[in-house]
Design a binder for this molecule. Structure first.
Ligand SMILES: Cc1cn([C@H]2C[C@H](O)[C@@H](COP(=O)(O)OP(=O)(O)O[C@H]3O[C@@H](C)[C@H](O)[C@@H](O)[C@H]3O)O2)c(=O)[nH]c1=O
Length: 355
């Protein structure tokens, strides 16, 4: 019997809030659940999630009235977005209060395992009190896991990279390395582009800020690059599968690069107080724990430079070494992650247990 889920998403900036929420809603719907996705700015869904969309996902504007709707079994507050007060008041007077989960940002830091599953009583005015539970995605069995749709690995196994690239106007020459670039504005971008221009590389630049930055730069004459349009989320995933090396950012593309099983470089969401630095180091500590020492040192230097934590010392990319040692490590990491229960399965299990 399917449950009714209300998923609240407030678009802070960039595309990660809506990216994660859409992917979660789609995965829940694909498993037979009923979704209402409440969102304040659905504009990115036009390219990220083109029609046809699953009929069991109803997209509602954040301020749309909630009165008279079928009461939810589960309410997910994504990234602490603060539910509308009228909605909380309605939850409090429901005959059976819904399971209220706060879906937290992804981190490899140790506090995640300690915090995952904790509850916090919420004063909600008339009616009974409500309890909010904290649900932390993560990389270990003591966390909520990662979004991984059931057919992901099968789809990858059946994927024809050359056909997909060609269908998107990308024609790689034999022996050419294809690199994707999805990043925030980055001081190290000129240095990276200069190194890529000296290699036999075709650079596929994702739509958004980095394309704007590149159009304002003097680019290396030998740089072979292509500006991509905004891709649907499934096609964005396939871009990462088709490339030999992926530069990703934020949270969702960071996870999808790990599922792609290819070498990747992460531009973490930068924070003014440098709080992103320990988050970056915590992930590298887990991700490189079993890596070849040469590769681990290479990645640590490259990632710190790409994230502005140390100056870029050319050559930093050292593509031949990265492509020699990186693929086996990336595939081993993906296999390790695939052993843990995925996030959506854990959510459904929790919801059924408490509904
Ligand atoms: C460029 C591109 C992205 N995408 C999708 C992939 C992802 O779902 C989404 C991008 O999200 P991210 O990779 O997380 O990067 P982001 O930087 O866009 O989002 C960020 O938003 C901040 C508010 C959060 O604090 C960050 O953690 C992060 O999520 O956009 C496409 O579907 N097609 C595209 O062409």
């Amino acid at each position: 019997m399917s449950l009714q889920w209300d998923l609240f998403c407030r678009v802070v900036d960039n595309f990660g809030d809506v990216g994660v929420c859409w992917r979660l809603a789609h995965d829940l719907a694909a498993r037979g659940e009923k979704l209402r996705l409440w969102i304040d700015d659905p504009s990115a869904l036009q390219w990220m999630a083109p029609h046809p969309r699953p009929a069991s996902i109803e997209i509602r504007h954040w301020d749309a009235p909630a009165a008279g709707l079928a009461p939810p079994d589960v309410v997910i507050e994504a990234f602490g977005c603060e539910l509308p007060k009228a909605f909380v008041a309605q939850m409090a007077v429901q005959a059976r209060p819904p399971l209220w989960l706060n879906l937290e940002y992804l981190s490899a830091e140790s506090y995640v395992e300690r915090s995952h599953g904790l509850s916090s009583p919420q004063f909600s005015g008339p009616g009974r009190g409500l309890t909010k539970r904290f649900f932390y995605p993560g990389f270990t069995s003591r966390t909520g896991g990662l979004l991984r749709e059931p057919d992901l690995l099968k789809s990858q196994a059946e994927f024809d990279a050359a056909a997909w690239l060609s269908s998107h106007g990308v024609h790689r020459r034999a022996g050419q390395t294809v690199v994707s670039l999805f990043t925030y504005a980055n001081m190290a971008l000129p240095a990276l582009l200069s190194e890529l221009a000296q290699a036999d590389v075709l650079l596929l630049v994702c739509a958004g800020k980095v394309q704007d930055q590149m159009t304002r730069m003097t680019l290396p004459a030998d740089l072979n690059w292509l500006a991509l349009p905004f891709l649907s989320q499934p096609n964005f995933d396939r871009l990462l599968w088709a490339c030999d090396l992926n530069f990703v950012r934020g949270e969702d593309s960071f996870v999808r690069a790990q599922w792609a099983g290819k070498p990747f470089v992460w531009h973490i969401y930068p924070q003014d107080d440098l709080a992103h630095a320990p988050k970056l180091e915590a992930f590298m500590a887990r991700w490189l724990a079993d890596a070849d020492a040469t590769l681990a040192n290479h990645y640590r230097t490259l990632w710190r430079q790409w994230n502005g934590l140390q100056p870029w010392a050319t050559p930093s990319l050292n593509l031949p070494e990265l492509l020699r040692l990186g693929p086996a490590h990336a595939q081993a990491w993906r296999a390790h992650l695939a052993e843990q229960d995925d996030l959506t399965s854990q959510l459904i299990h929790l919801a059924r247990k408490t509904s």
